[in-house]
Design a protein around this ligand. Structure first.
Ligand code: HEC
Ligand code: HEC
Ligand code: HEC
Length: 85
Protein backbone atom coordinates (compact mmCIF):
# COMPACT_ATOMS: atom_id res chain seq x y z
CA UNK A 1 0.00 0.00 0.00
CA UNK A 2 2.72 2.45 1.05
CA UNK A 3 4.70 1.52 -2.03
CA UNK A 4 1.73 2.27 -4.25
CA UNK A 5 1.39 5.75 -2.72
CA UNK A 6 5.09 6.48 -3.23
CA UNK A 7 4.87 5.28 -6.82
CA UNK A 8 1.87 7.54 -7.42
CA UNK A 9 3.70 10.52 -5.94
CA UNK A 10 6.70 9.85 -8.15
CA UNK A 11 4.47 9.84 -11.20
CA UNK A 12 2.90 13.12 -10.05
CA UNK A 13 6.28 14.78 -9.54
CA UNK A 14 7.71 13.47 -12.79
CA UNK A 15 4.89 15.32 -14.52
CA UNK A 16 5.94 18.73 -13.19
CA UNK A 17 8.71 20.80 -14.73
CA UNK A 18 12.19 20.26 -13.31
CA UNK A 19 13.35 22.62 -10.57
CA UNK A 20 16.15 22.42 -8.00
CA UNK A 21 14.93 21.45 -4.51
CA UNK A 22 16.70 24.33 -2.78
CA UNK A 23 17.53 27.52 -4.68
CA UNK A 24 20.46 29.58 -3.33
CA UNK A 25 19.69 33.27 -3.57
CA UNK A 26 21.58 36.50 -2.86
CA UNK A 27 22.55 37.53 0.65
CA UNK A 28 22.41 34.04 2.10
CA UNK A 29 18.77 33.23 1.37
CA UNK A 30 18.09 29.54 0.93
CA UNK A 31 14.73 29.02 -0.70
CA UNK A 32 13.36 25.53 -0.34
CA UNK A 33 11.36 25.36 -3.54
CA UNK A 34 10.27 21.80 -3.05
CA UNK A 35 8.97 22.44 0.48
CA UNK A 36 7.04 25.45 -0.80
CA UNK A 37 5.53 23.42 -3.63
CA UNK A 38 4.14 21.15 -0.92
CA UNK A 39 3.13 23.75 1.68
CA UNK A 40 1.78 26.29 -0.81
CA UNK A 41 0.62 23.93 -3.54
CA UNK A 42 -0.55 26.49 -6.07
CA UNK A 43 2.30 27.32 -8.47
CA UNK A 44 0.47 30.50 -9.47
CA UNK A 45 1.05 32.05 -6.03
CA UNK A 46 4.59 32.69 -7.24
CA UNK A 47 4.53 31.97 -10.97
CA UNK A 48 2.04 34.27 -12.63
CA UNK A 49 2.57 32.76 -16.04
CA UNK A 50 4.24 29.43 -16.75
CA UNK A 51 6.38 27.95 -13.95
CA UNK A 52 10.05 28.70 -14.54
CA UNK A 53 12.31 31.72 -14.21
CA UNK A 54 10.43 34.67 -12.70
CA UNK A 55 10.89 37.84 -14.76
CA UNK A 56 12.43 40.62 -12.72
CA UNK A 57 13.04 38.39 -9.69
CA UNK A 58 15.00 40.23 -6.99
CA UNK A 59 14.65 42.23 -3.81
CA UNK A 60 11.36 43.97 -4.62
CA UNK A 61 9.58 40.83 -5.75
CA UNK A 62 10.96 38.82 -2.85
CA UNK A 63 10.10 41.27 -0.13
CA UNK A 64 6.59 41.70 -1.49
CA UNK A 65 5.82 38.12 -2.46
CA UNK A 66 7.82 36.04 0.04
CA UNK A 67 7.43 38.22 3.09
CA UNK A 68 3.87 39.14 2.15
CA UNK A 69 2.71 35.56 2.13
CA UNK A 70 4.52 34.71 5.37
CA UNK A 71 2.81 37.67 7.00
CA UNK A 72 -0.62 36.73 5.61
CA UNK A 73 -0.34 33.08 6.56
CA UNK A 74 1.42 33.78 9.86
CA UNK A 75 3.88 31.08 8.81
CA UNK A 76 7.44 31.34 7.56
CA UNK A 77 10.10 33.96 8.37
CA UNK A 78 9.39 37.72 8.28
CA UNK A 79 12.55 39.02 10.03
CA UNK A 80 15.62 39.97 7.97
CA UNK A 81 17.97 37.58 9.71
CA UNK A 82 15.59 34.63 9.38
CA UNK A 83 15.80 34.78 5.57
CA UNK A 84 19.27 36.33 5.23
CA UNK A 85 21.58 33.95 7.11
C1 HEC B 1 6.49 30.06 -2.88
C2 HEC B 1 6.81 30.43 -4.23
C3 HEC B 1 6.84 29.35 -5.29
C4 HEC B 1 5.94 28.35 -5.53
C5 HEC B 1 4.66 28.01 -4.78
C6 HEC B 1 6.43 27.63 -6.70
N1 HEC B 1 7.59 28.20 -7.14
FE1 HEC B 1 8.72 27.60 -8.73
N2 HEC B 1 10.12 29.04 -8.30
C7 HEC B 1 9.99 30.00 -7.31
C8 HEC B 1 11.14 30.88 -7.35
C9 HEC B 1 11.39 32.05 -6.43
C10 HEC B 1 11.96 30.42 -8.41
C11 HEC B 1 13.28 31.03 -8.89
C12 HEC B 1 12.92 32.09 -9.89
C13 HEC B 1 14.06 32.77 -10.59
O1 HEC B 1 15.21 32.56 -10.21
O2 HEC B 1 13.77 33.50 -11.56
C14 HEC B 1 11.29 29.26 -8.99
C15 HEC B 1 11.77 28.54 -10.07
C16 HEC B 1 11.07 27.52 -10.71
C17 HEC B 1 11.52 26.83 -11.90
C18 HEC B 1 12.84 27.09 -12.62
C19 HEC B 1 13.90 26.38 -11.84
C20 HEC B 1 15.28 26.52 -12.35
O3 HEC B 1 16.14 25.89 -11.73
O4 HEC B 1 15.52 27.27 -13.32
C21 HEC B 1 10.55 25.92 -12.23
C22 HEC B 1 10.56 24.95 -13.41
C23 HEC B 1 9.50 26.03 -11.24
N3 HEC B 1 9.85 27.01 -10.34
C24 HEC B 1 8.34 25.27 -11.24
C25 HEC B 1 7.34 25.35 -10.26
C26 HEC B 1 6.12 24.51 -10.24
C27 HEC B 1 5.78 23.47 -11.31
C28 HEC B 1 5.42 24.88 -9.13
C29 HEC B 1 4.11 24.33 -8.62
C30 HEC B 1 4.05 22.90 -8.38
C31 HEC B 1 6.17 25.93 -8.46
N4 HEC B 1 7.32 26.17 -9.17
C32 HEC B 1 5.78 26.55 -7.29
C33 HEC B 1 8.95 30.11 -6.43
C34 HEC B 1 7.88 29.26 -6.31
C1 HEC C 1 2.15 31.78 -0.96
C2 HEC C 1 2.87 31.70 0.30
C3 HEC C 1 4.38 31.74 0.37
C4 HEC C 1 5.24 32.40 -0.45
C5 HEC C 1 4.93 33.24 -1.66
C6 HEC C 1 6.57 32.16 0.08
N1 HEC C 1 6.51 31.38 1.19
FE1 HEC C 1 8.11 30.84 2.38
N2 HEC C 1 6.87 29.77 3.55
C7 HEC C 1 5.49 29.68 3.39
C8 HEC C 1 4.95 28.81 4.43
C9 HEC C 1 3.48 28.44 4.60
C10 HEC C 1 6.06 28.41 5.22
C11 HEC C 1 6.04 27.52 6.44
C12 HEC C 1 6.09 26.07 6.06
C13 HEC C 1 5.92 25.21 7.28
O1 HEC C 1 6.35 25.61 8.37
O2 HEC C 1 5.34 24.14 7.12
C14 HEC C 1 7.25 29.03 4.65
C15 HEC C 1 8.54 28.87 5.16
C16 HEC C 1 9.67 29.50 4.67
C17 HEC C 1 11.00 29.39 5.23
C18 HEC C 1 11.41 28.58 6.46
C19 HEC C 1 11.35 27.11 6.18
C20 HEC C 1 12.24 26.71 5.05
O3 HEC C 1 11.70 26.25 4.02
O4 HEC C 1 13.47 26.87 5.12
C21 HEC C 1 11.84 30.15 4.45
C22 HEC C 1 13.33 30.38 4.64
C23 HEC C 1 11.02 30.74 3.40
N3 HEC C 1 9.70 30.33 3.57
C24 HEC C 1 11.51 31.56 2.39
C25 HEC C 1 10.73 32.06 1.35
C26 HEC C 1 11.25 32.84 0.24
C27 HEC C 1 12.70 33.26 0.08
C28 HEC C 1 10.20 33.10 -0.58
C29 HEC C 1 10.16 33.87 -1.88
C30 HEC C 1 11.09 33.48 -2.92
C31 HEC C 1 9.01 32.52 0.03
N4 HEC C 1 9.37 31.88 1.17
C32 HEC C 1 7.73 32.64 -0.50
C33 HEC C 1 4.71 30.29 2.45
C34 HEC C 1 5.19 31.10 1.41
C1 HEC D 1 10.94 36.20 3.47
C2 HEC D 1 12.36 36.29 3.33
C3 HEC D 1 13.03 37.65 3.42
C4 HEC D 1 12.93 38.58 4.43
C5 HEC D 1 12.11 38.51 5.69
C6 HEC D 1 13.81 39.66 4.06
N1 HEC D 1 14.40 39.39 2.85
FE1 HEC D 1 15.73 40.58 1.89
N2 HEC D 1 15.64 39.36 0.26
C7 HEC D 1 15.01 38.14 0.23
C8 HEC D 1 15.17 37.55 -1.08
C9 HEC D 1 14.62 36.22 -1.55
C10 HEC D 1 15.93 38.49 -1.84
C11 HEC D 1 16.33 38.39 -3.31
C12 HEC D 1 17.52 37.51 -3.47
C13 HEC D 1 17.97 37.42 -4.90
O1 HEC D 1 17.73 38.34 -5.70
O2 HEC D 1 18.59 36.40 -5.22
C14 HEC D 1 16.23 39.60 -0.95
C15 HEC D 1 17.03 40.70 -1.30
C16 HEC D 1 17.50 41.63 -0.39
C17 HEC D 1 18.49 42.65 -0.70
C18 HEC D 1 19.15 42.89 -2.06
C19 HEC D 1 20.33 41.98 -2.21
C20 HEC D 1 21.01 42.16 -3.55
O3 HEC D 1 22.25 42.03 -3.59
O4 HEC D 1 20.33 42.37 -4.56
C21 HEC D 1 18.69 43.37 0.46
C22 HEC D 1 19.66 44.56 0.66
C23 HEC D 1 17.81 42.79 1.47
N3 HEC D 1 17.10 41.74 0.91
C24 HEC D 1 17.71 43.23 2.78
C25 HEC D 1 16.73 42.84 3.69
C26 HEC D 1 16.44 43.49 4.97
C27 HEC D 1 17.21 44.67 5.53
C28 HEC D 1 15.39 42.82 5.51
C29 HEC D 1 14.63 43.12 6.79
C30 HEC D 1 14.00 44.45 6.86
C31 HEC D 1 15.02 41.73 4.59
N4 HEC D 1 15.86 41.78 3.51
C32 HEC D 1 14.02 40.80 4.83
C33 HEC D 1 14.31 37.55 1.26
C34 HEC D 1 13.94 38.17 2.43
Amino acid sequence: MKKAIVALMMVAFAGTAFAADVIEMKKGVKFNHKAHQTSVGDCKKCHEAAPGKIEGFGKDFAHKNCKGCHTDMKKGPTACKDCHK
